[in-house]
Write a protein that binds this ligand. Structure first.
Ligand SMILES: Cc1cc2nc3c(=O)[nH]c(=O)nc-3n(C[C@H](O)[C@H](O)[C@H](O)COP(=O)(O)OP(=O)(O)OC[C@H]3O[C@@H](n4cnc5c(N)ncnc54)[C@H](O)[C@@H]3O)c2cc1C
Length: 614
């Protein structure tokens, strides 16, 4: 037998492993994800027609739409593996007025429920478009192979979620997002999409108003690379991690795309509108889906009272999230909760649903309560409390039909964007619907732009930006003293939960702004005690914190300026809605350390603002 040196043997091993990993994708994807990744690793800058950042539902749907146009070079970049994101955690369902479960439903009703749910801050033209396109988007997913639960007659089943008049949420048990995301991933592989996985976006590069591309770090090699692009679709998800330990969001929801857009002058809209989901597990903030209440679960206080009858007598537990979260917090404050401090809670009681229904319709939820709280939903009530869940605010989109932003060639879609479909409060099931409806239009918008516009970006500016990141890496990783990233992050999260949480006031918000300004200062000289290049997650966390701190500042600042209560934004010192002054979007821009705030009127086409009653 021929002798093989240890070095050659190892090389073969690596190559064989690489082929094994890449094989399924190579077979399905002509452009070959693996080769493309290797090319980037070698440092050769590529020019993509459409570069999508983020592989949640919105990024996948956008990439798929662009990728179907075979002559375009499309890539999907994500800092995780492509099938991990907030989307894959979505449990309850995805809305569309299909009228399967209830023939009385209509596009009109879906639009109205969404406008009312938004506390009239949603833009009604965008909402109407959304409600019109949602049924078609659901049918497309069905066609692509999403395994939706079915009714006896074979049509997609639909369940009721909070704030909706009719049952209009299609679902796959309580794992709807996971099933949708995996299906979209398969379709992307089949349709020409290059996967740049475990690549972290560091910066969007725009010179003289012209898009050049992005700078990103390939986590595999640790290389910081310029990537040229005719168009960039930012689809990086929300900023729930500003509340770090009390959120349902994945660790990736750090507002990176929003940070990148702010840096090139694209404003953020309505950042103060942060949703608190009513049913986070008391100890961890992990989500128990609204599906639990959709299937008939009760909310009870320590006296066993179904307290929602005092807050939303018609809708009861299926009131909108803002109202139910505020009701839970009031029960706790007024002594009708159980437990102490951060662990104070009320109960979600599913026992009356019976074992069979819980196991069939809510299996994941039962498991989560068992794993994180040690409570079996079949025999025990589950302690729950509000937890940060969704970012209604985000990158200011100027044309909802293409998801274009103010900078030509830059598009934004999904939770990182603000179109604004959800206004001051999102309804359950409307986010998954938003990401697939507008993901498609963002993909089309970017593809059309790439077709009609030659690349005009400055490659030198792109290279320079990459060099600056190299220098920054060297500087922060060689520093030996200063605050650590986790220490600053934990204090940011504590400030956000205590001062910019479910109930807000001038004193607390002013305190938050002061605290965050101090943390921003501390961040400038913080340390990253890891000089290695390969999978340097400490550096990754440093970059994420650099995006979160300015965003935290904006949330607090915008909440302070909005002297009214609307949707998820509740001011104890201004408990009423003020349409005369604040039926407007907050628009925040950032220039270095300077933040400026203006307002823009809401698009009102069909429904005049009126008092919300449930
Ligand atoms: C636990 C949970 C349950 C939910 N249940 C429902 C539900 O039942 N129905 C519903 O409608 N909505 C639900 N939602 C909300 C919904 O899932 C999300 O709003 C939606 O999926 C967001 O999709 P997205 O594509 O915008 O972002 P995400 O799915 O968050 O994807 C963001 C992507 O961007 C990538 N990324 C981020 N930063 C970078 C960077 N710097 N570089 C490269 N890549 C980056 C991430 O890796 C990820 O791939 C739920 C959310 C959670 C957390």
């Amino acid at each position: 037998m021929k002798k093989v040196s240890r070095r050659t043997f190892l090389k073969w091993g690596v190559a064989a492993g690489a082929v094994a990993v890449a094989a399924p994708y190579v077979m399905m994807n002509k452009n070959n994800m693996f080769t493309s990744t290797l090319t980037e690793m070698a440092g050769a800058p590529a020019l993509f027609d459409v570069l999508v950042i983020g592989s949640g539902g919105s990024g996948m749907r956008a990439a798929l739409e662009a990728g179907r146009q075979k002559d375009l070079k499309v890539a999907l970049m994500t800092k995780l593996v492509p099938t991990r994101s907030a989307t894959c955690m979505a449990q309850g369902g995805i809305n569309g007025a299909l009228r399967h479960a209830d023939a009385r439903d209509s596009i009109e009703k879906h639009a109205f429920d969404t406008v009312k749910g938004s506390d009239y801050l949603g833009d009604q033209d965008a909402i109407r478009f959304f409600a019109e396109k949602a049924p078609e988007a659901l049918r497309e997913l069905d066609y692509y192979g999403v395994a939706f639960d079915r009714m006896q007659d074979g049509r997609m089943a639909q369940r009721n979620l909070g704030g909706h008049t009719y049952a209009r949420s299609a679902y796959s048990a309580d794992q709807s997002g996971l099933v949708i995301l995996h299906t979209l991933f398969e379709q992307c592989l089949k349709n020409n999409v290059n996967m740049l996985m475990e690549w972290q976006l560091l910066e969007l590069v725009v010179e003289d108003g012209k898009l050049c591309g992005v700078v990103a770090m390939n986590m595999h090699s640790g290389k910081i690379l310029p990537v040229m692009a005719r168009t960039v679709v930012v689809a990086t998800g929300g900023y729930g991690r500003l509340y770090w330990v009390r959120t349902t969001n994945p660790f990736s929801s750090t507002g990176d795309g929003i940070g990148a857009c702010l840096k090139v002058g694209i404003p953020v809209k309505d950042p103060e509108m942060v949703q608190f989901h009513p049913t986070g597990l008391a100890g961890s903030g992990v989500l128990l889906s609204e599906a639990a209440r959709g299937e008939g679960g009760y909310l009870v206080n320590k006296d066993g009272e179904r307290f929602m009858r005092r807050y939303a007598p018609d809708k009861m537990e299926l009131g909108p999230r803002d109202l139910v979260s505020q009701a839970i917090e009031t029960e706790i404050r007024e002594g009708r909760g159980v437990g102490e401090g951060l662990h104070a809670a009320v109960y979600l009681d599913l026992r009356h649903l019976g074992k069979k229904k819980i196991m069939q319709k809510l299996p994941q939820l039962r498991q989560l309560a068992l794993n994180y709280e040690g409570v079996d939903a079949i025999t025990q009530p589950i302690p729950i409390r509000g937890t940060c869940h969704y970012s209604m605010g985000g990158i200011d989109v100027v044309d909802y039909k293409t998801c274009a932003t103010a900078i030509p060639g830059v598009f934004a879609v999904g939770e990182c964007s603000c179109l604004s479909v959800h206004g001051a409060n999102r309804l359950g099931g409307n986010s998954l619907a938003e990401v697939v409806v507008f993901g498609k239009y963002a993909g089309n918008g970017a593809a059309a732009y790439a077709r009609n516009n030659a690349f005009d970006g400055n490659q030198t500016a792109l290279d320079r930006a990459a060099d600056e990141w190299e220098q920054r890496f060297a500087a922060v990783s060689s520093r030996s003293s200063g605050s650590t990233v986790p220490s600053i992050r934990d204090r940011m999260a504590a400030t956000m939960w205590q001062n910019v949480g479910i109930f807000r006031s001038r004193t607390r918000l002013e305190q938050a702004v002061r605290n965050i300004d101090e943390l921003l200062e501390e961040y400038r000289s913080c340390v990253v005690r890891d000089t290695t290049r390969i999978y340097n997650t400490a550096f990754m966390n440093y970059v994420e914190l650099g995006n979160m701190l300015p965003l935290a500042r904006m949330v607090a600042m915008a909440a302070l300026a909005r002297q009214e209560s609307r949707g998820s934004h509740f001011r104890e010192d201004y408990p009423r809605r003020n349409d005369q002054k604040f039926l407007q979007h907050t628009i925040v821009t950032r220039k270095g350390a300077e933040y400026s705030l203006t307002y823009r009127p809401v698009a009102i086409t069909d429904y005049q603002a009126e008092e919300r009653k449930y």
